[in-house]
Every structure is written in C-alpha cells, then in structure tokens.
Design a protein around this ligand. Structure first.
Ligand code: HEM
Length: 506
C-alpha cells in the first residue's frame, strides 16, 4: 500500500513537472534568447518570494538582454511571454500595431459573467465590446463634464487645507500617512463626481463606511494574485471557481449608494453633471440594468481612487524630499491664481514647472509599473539585425516601462529626481513618442481619466505647498523600494510626511 502511494505521488509529481516544463523550448525553437526558466516558477522567482516586486525580475532580465535584442523570451510560470526591451517597439504595440495587440492580459483573468461589478471596466473588456463601451463612456470625461468636476476639486482642496491645519495643531509623531490623505482627497472628488454624494472624508467621521469599503476593494490583491496564478496555470478552472475581483459586500454597498442617489434624482427630476446622471441620460436611449450601471460606476471608482492617490503620494514624497521644489511650485502658481487663491481651469494646464515635476516623480516612482498586452492577431516585427520575427496570436507582450524610465542609456543619473530634467519645451512629447515616458498609456486604449487625474494632482499640490511646508518623516524609508504586495507602484512601508503651516493664522 505504501509503495503504491509513493508510486502514485511520484507519478503525479512527474505529471506536474511535465505540464510545467513541456513548453520551455518554445522560445528556443523560434530562435529567441532568454533566461533559462525554472520549473513551477518560470522566469520570475521574485513573484513568489514576495521580498521583491515582479518589476525587479523584469528589470534584471531587461538589463541582461537589452543590448542584444529588441525582445526577450520569458515564461510566466509556463506561458511564453515576450519582454520588450526596445521602448520604440513597446510604443508600437500600444499605438501603431494596436489592432494586433488589442487586449490587456488581465482580460484573460476576469470572467465577466462571474464578476459583474468588474465587467464593464474598459481595461478588462476585449474585442468589439471594448470599442462600443469606450465610445459610450468616454464623453463622461470630456470638456463640459470635466468643467463640472473642477469646482468639486477646488472645494475638496479647501477641505484638505482645513484638515491639514487641524493636524498641524497636534502633529502626529509618525507623521501623516500620505497615501491615506491622498485617498481621502480622491474619494471625496470621485464620489461626488460619480454619485453626487459627499463622502465626508475630511470630517470627524473619517474613516467613513464608504472609505473603508472602497479601501477594501484593493486589499484582495494577494488573494487575487494567488487566484490569477492558478488561472494562468489552469485556465479551465475559471469556470469552476466563482471568484470575483470584488467582495460581494462591496457590490452590495455601492448598489445601495447608486440606488439612493438615482432615486433622489428621479424624485427631483434634475440630472446634474455627475457620472450617474450621465448614465441615466444614456439609459433613456440605451436601456441598461442597474447592475450594469453599478459596474460602470465601479470602473471610475477603481481608477479615480487608488491610482490617482498613488500618484499624488509619490509626487508628495519627492517634493517633500526637495524643499526648493516647493518654493518653485509656489512661485509658478503665484502668477496663475485668481482672486480666490486658486488656479483657474485654463491656467492650471499651463503650469509647465508643475508638469515637469509630476512627470519626473512619475519617471522615478510610477503607479503604473508595466503594461501587458495579448497578441490578438499574429504580426511580423523587426529584429535588431533587421530580420523578421513572427509573434503568434495569444502570446503576451510585457512592456516594462519602469525599466526604460530607469535606464541610464535614456536618462542621465536615472535614480536621481531632477525637477528640471523634463522642463524643456517638447521634451515630454518626444519621450512619449519614443515610448520612454507614457504615464497614461498611449494609443486607442490610453487612459480615459488622464485630464481629471492631472487636474486633481495639480490642485492638490498647489493647495498643499502654498499653505504648508512639507517634509519627510523619518518613518519613511529612504530608498525607493516598491511594495512587493501591490500591483501599483507605491513605496514599501508607506510615505509619512510632516506639515508645517507657512502662515501663523492657518
Ligand atoms: C494618476 C492617475 C492615473 C493613471 C496614472 C492612469 C493610467 C492609466 C493607464 C496607464 C491606463 C492603461 C493604458 C493601456 O492599457 O494601454 C489607463 C487606463 C484607463 N484609465 Fe487611467 N489612470 C489614472 C487615473 C484614471 C482616472 C481618474 C480615471 C477615470 C475616472 C481613469 C480611467 C481609465 C480607464 C477607463 C482606462 C481603460 C481604458 C481602456 O482600456 O480603453 N484613469 N489608465
């Protein structure tokens, strides 16, 4: 009996081994160089150790191969992937050859039927469905709607200032958690912008139920990582496990928020400029279920809350480390504010120095660490020696943008934050065209909320820096280690800041 069990275990182990390794000659057969993959791990050991972030694996491989070829053959567990080492090729994947790389890898991991709340996010929708959804939703973030967001942003800035003045009266020893502060700010704006509700983050009620639930949305990353690893090993399991990205309670809560807000609007007969009103207008022409409406609002909530807060936090970190940058921001904003002390919607876009600062902070510590696209239609690309190489349908292509941003070949002293590096006219456009700095992506799938996020970020920084001196609390680590447990680029251990009022009466 014992012998039989041992034989059985050995057989299962052998089957697993074969399953995990039989594909390992995929790139060799096609003449593509790459690091030797490890059984059960593939090319990314860091992904499992959790001591480093997955992008550290990308970085290691990128550095070893970037001078040899425009791409490297790697394996995500057992799946062949191409890691793109030429930024120009990376940008072609997003822009010029978009039709061959239409979909995001994440779309393979989300079952839209089992995950109704995540189902309408353009990021995970594929094929023709994506195009229809994007066309339908994009007017919600265009010109006049964006104008309606601006007063909300300014009101939230005022609340932020009052909150920080209060904090300064008895400053916490460990400093202020910059990510939490940024999230309070972004949630206040996005909840008003989506549902026309006050989420009351800058009150004594903080952390409110909405804050806690919205934060909880992003706390499942480790579980989702485990699930997505399993699904990428055994794709058929997706229909067996009913795993959704969002917790059931999150869906229930936001359906309630939406219902209450929709009822208020129906009762008053007045639709505003918020996203829910936009959907309710749309519904008159295109009938839409409540759950679909909730799903659309969730997609704005996901992007408008965490990614934007992460960027604000990362920029705050660098301006706190560089007090002279704060003086320069104040100087530039002085010439561009109205009688209420705020920049107008027109002038805020012209703040070139602030633009350079936030792009530079993005370059050194970006929330978006890589892009991952699926080849949806085979395509021939050029190799370094001018010969052709065929990428087959289904192959994933990873664009490691952080590796480009930290490459001394493209940026002198790449680890140094240099506020003046990106200030020259035309430099941001040039870097974007070369695929070297694309904070909001590029091409048909570029970020829909770019203008909103930029407005929020700039307004936050101007309000804070004009009123407070910002410095780094010693609880913040001094290197730039990225939190290995998160998908987006945040400093491990958090960013902790001290604020000191610039005027006595604040
Ligand atoms: C600083 C904050 C933000 C950053 C850095 C950011 C960045 C990005 C990036 C890099 C993409 C992917 C492009 C691609 O797949 O090729 C994206 C997609 C997207 N973003 Fe943002 N984003 C931010 C904020 C926002 C906000 C505030 C919203 C809306 C309220 C938003 C809505 C979207 C949507 C809907 C997509 C999917 C577009 C598509 O696949 O068609 N984002 N974003």
């Amino acid at each position: 009996m014992i012998c039989l069990t041992i034989v059985l275990i050995a057989l299962i182990a052998a089957l697993f081994y074969v399953y995990f390794t039989w594909n390992f000659d995929y790139w060799k057969k096609r003449g593509v160089e790459g690091p030797k993959p490890k059984p059960f791990i593939g090319s990314y050991p860091g992904m499992f150790s959790k001591t480093t972030h997955m992008v550290d694996d990308y970085e290691r491989i990128y550095r070893s191969y970037k001078d040899k070829e425009r791409f490297v053959g790697v394996f995500n567990l057992r799946d062949p992937q191409l890691l793109i080492t030429d930024p120009k090729l990376g940008r072609d994947i997003l822009v010029a050859n978009f039709k061959n790389f239409h979909d995001n890898t994440l779309s393979k991991l989300v079952n839209r039927e089992q995950d109704p709340l995540f189902s309408e996010h353009p990021f995970i929708i594929s094929g023709a469905d994506w195009k229809t959804t994007r066309q339908m939703i994009s007017p919600a973030l265009a010109g006049n709607r964006l104008k309606a967001y601006y007063p909300i942003i300014l009101q939230t800035c005022e609340k932020l200032k009052k909150h920080l003045s209060k904090v300064c009266k008895s400053p916490p020893k460990e400093g202020v958690d910059a990510k939490e502060l940024s999230k309070m700010f972004t949630l206040d704006i996005i909840a008003a912008g989506i549902y026309d509700v006050d989420s009351e983050n800058f009150t004594d009620k903080h952390p409110t139920e909405m804050f806690k639930i919205t934060e909880g949305l992003f706390n499942q990353n480790l579980f989702f990582l485990f699930y997505s690893t399993l699904i990428s090993m055994f794709p058929k399991l997706m229909s067996v496990f009913h795993v959704s990205f969002f917790d059931y309670k999150v869906g229930k809560y936001f359906t309630k928020v939406l219902d209450q807000s929709a009822k208020r609007k129906e009762k008053s007969g007045v639709l505003g400029q918020d996203f829910l009103s936009f959907l309710m207008e749309l519904e008159k022409r295109n009938p839409m279920t409540r759950s679909k409406m909730t799903a659309h609002t969730m997609s704005f909530l996901i992007d408008g809350f965490d990614t934007t807060a992460c960027l604000i936090t990362n920029v705050l970190l660098y301006i706190a480390r560089n007090p002279e940058v704060q003086e320069k921001i104040i100087q530039e904003s002085e010439d561009n504010i109205d009688e209420n002390g705020s920049p107008t919607l027109e002038t805020i876009n012209d703040l070139k120095y602030l633009d350079a600062v936030f792009h530079e902070a993005y370059r050194v510590l970006p929330p978006v660490l890589f892009y991952s696209k699926i080849c949806t239609e085979k395509i021939e690309i050029e190799r370094k020696d001018g010969s052709k190489f065929l990428i087959e349908e289904g192959v994933e292509c990873v664009i490691p943008n952080l590796s480009y941003q930290k490459d001394e070949h493209y940026f002198e002293n790449p680890d140094v934050f240099d506020d003046e590096r990106l200030i020259e006219d035309g430099v941001l456009k040039k870097l974007k065209n070369e695929g070297l700095l694309m904070p909001f992506g590029d091409g048909p799938r570029a970020c829909m909320g770019m203008r909103l996020a930029t407005l929020e970020l700039k307004a936050f920084l101007i309000e804070t820096v004009r009123n407070f001196k910002v410095s780094v609390n010693k609880k913040t680590r001094i290197d730039n280690k990225i939190d290995p447990n998160l998908f987006i680029g945040c400093l491990d251990g958090g960013v902790w800041l001290d604020f000191e009022p610039r005027k006595k009466d604040l």
